[in-house]
Structures are given as structure tokens and as C-alpha cells.
Ligand binder design. Structure first.
Ligand SMILES: NC(=O)c1ccc[n+]([C@@H]2O[C@H](COP(=O)([O-])OP(=O)(O)OC[C@H]3O[C@@H](n4cnc5c(N)ncnc54)[C@H](OP(=O)(O)O)[C@@H]3O)[C@@H](O)[C@H]2O)c1
Length: 229
């Protein structure tokens, strides 16, 4: 499959690495341009490219950038990208630690709903609720005992099916996390956030989340990260 990865930091780099290993044709971009990615891309077997070309490069495009950076993406980035192309948002909004305040999210819009609005097309939320280290080290083949599960939320069932398959391919049990309006259940600090849970436990964690606590979950997660720094 052709896959574009926008963002070449911890998460984008690891995802690109996994995906090239699986035989996918991966194009990767960052904010500084393809020249800055020559060494990484050569090491992992991806093609360094611009953000504009990465958006056009895939049947799947992965957004692996800080939430605040989504607003800086070129205007109309996806305007001529076919609607069949699946866009995955792996981002998490960290207002205090990184992103600054985004009013719409603070007023109740979900992280990935805001991203979808910014880029002007639907997204699938996935891969946001696993830490980079686990993503790098803990993927195992289907059927392995205690395999970590990851939830995938989005409105298009075809797009979601493609992402569920991708999650499985990179070593994790895929769990349907519902429509995009359910994606708050896997946002920062929720019971389903970055706990390396197996499928049954992840489903329970998604179910037990409390929508009235979204902001509180996020603040608690930011406090945990701050303490760990
Ligand atoms: N780290 C984790 O454990 C983890 C886990 C799950 C989800 N996430 C989420 O995944 C996203 C990426 O996290 P990360 O840890 O990979 O971040 P990171 O290591 O800081 O990397 C961010 C990447 O985004 C690129 N970028 C920034 N602004 C850009 C722009 N306007 N256009 C194109 N590329 C841009 C950066 O490129 P330059 O270096 O050239 O600026 C860099 O390659 C965040 O939303 C984060 O919350 C992170």
C-alpha cells in the first residue's frame, strides 16, 4: 500500500519504520523539508518528501504532528486528494504542555473533530493512545498471548476497516472504538489511554469513561506527564 506520514518525530518515525518493514511504500514529511529527512528515510527505507506530496502520496495518510501544528498545514492540503484516501489522526491535544489553548476544543469539540475541521475532511482517530516506546517495542503477531489492543474511531466504516487492519498488521489487536463522536473515550487521561490493555480490558475501559470528565482527564494526564519529566 502507499502510505504518507506527515510528522517524522517519535511517532511518525516509528510508524514509518513499522510500515516499511511490512512492505508498504512510505513517504514521510516534516516541517523542515525532505532534505532534513534524508538519513532517517534511508535508514528505514521510506521516501523523504514535502508535506504537500506526503498528503498526495498515499491510500492512507497519517497525521503525526502536534495538534497546534495542524493549523499550520498548507491551506487546502487535501483539496485534490481523493475522498477514498484515509486520513488517520494520531494526535493528542496538550494545551498546557505543548499546544497552547485551542478554544473550540476547550469549549467541547473533540480533538480529532477539530483536526477534521481544520483539514476539511474526515479523519479516523487511531494510534493516539499508545506511547511511542510501546508502539516501537510491543507489537506482536496476531494470536500472541497478552497482545496489546488499540482502538480505532471514525465515521466511515470502510476507512475504519482499513485502519483496523493496519493496527493488526503492525502488531496490535484492533478494537472498534465507535464513531468519531465516541473518540473522546480514547483521548488523554481516559481509562483507555496508553495503558497497554488487552482487547477485553480496552473495551471495558472505553465503556467506563465519563464524558463529563474530558477536560479533567486531560488535565490529569498533563499533570502525570509533568511529574514524569
Ligand atoms: N510520543 C508519544 O508517545 C505519542 C503517543 C501517541 C500520540 N502522540 C501524538 O502524536 C503526535 C506526534 O507526536 P510525536 O511524539 O511524534 O511528536 P514529535 O516527536 O515532537 O514530532 C513531531 C513531528 O511533527 C513535525 N511537524 C511539526 N509541525 C509540522 C508542520 N506544520 N508540518 C509538518 N510537520 C510538522 C515535526 O517536524 P520538524 O521536526 O521538522 O518540526 C516532527 O517531525 C502528537 O499529537 C502527539 O500528541 C504521541
Amino acid at each position: 500500500m502507499r502510505i504518507g506520514v506527515i510528522g517524522a518525530g517519535s511517532m511518525g518515525g516509528i510508524l514509518a519504520r513499522h510500515l516499511t518493514k511490512l512492505g508498504h511504500n512510505v513517504s514521510i514529511a516534516n516541517s523542515r523539508g525532505p532534505e532534513s529527512l534524508t538519513a532517517l528515510a534511508a535508514e528505514i527505507g521510506a521516501t523523504p518528501t514535502s508535506v504537500v506530496d506526503a498528503a498526495k502520496a498515499g491510500e492512507i495518510v497519517i497525521l503525526a504532528i502536534p495538534t497546534k501544528a495542524v493549523a499550520d498545514l498548507p491551506r487546502g492540503l487535501f483539496a485534490n486528494v481523493p475522498s477514498s484516501v484515509v486520513v488517520i489522526d494520531i494526535g493528542n491535544y496538550h494545551p498546557e504542555l505543548r499546544d497552547g489553548r485551542i478554544d473550540a476544543i476547550d469549549r467541547g469539540m473533540l480533538d480529532s473533530q477539530w483536526v477534521a475541521q481544520q483539514i476539511g475532511r474526515p479523519v479516523i482517530k487511531a494510534l493516539n493512545n499508545i506511547f511511542a516506546k510501546s508502539l516501537l517495542e510491543k507489537g506482536v503477531p496476531q494470536g500472541t498471548r497478552a497482545r496489546i489492543a488499540l482502538s480505532v474511531a471514525g465515521d466511515s466504516s470502510d476507512a475504519k476497516t482499513a485502519v483496523l487492519r493496519l493496527v493488526d498488521d503492525i502488531g496490535f489487536d484492533p478494537v472498534d472504538g465507535g464513531i468519531l463522536d465516541d473518540s473522546w473515550r480514547q483521548q488523554p487521561g481516559t481509562p483507555a489511554y496508553c495503558r497497554d490493555l488487552e482487547a477485553a480490558a480496552l473495551r471495558r475501559a472505553l465503556a467506563e469513561a465519563d464524558r463529563s470528565r474530558i477536560a479533567e482527564y486531560r488535565a490529569e494526564q498533563e499533570a502525570r506527564i509533568r511529574r514524569s519529566l
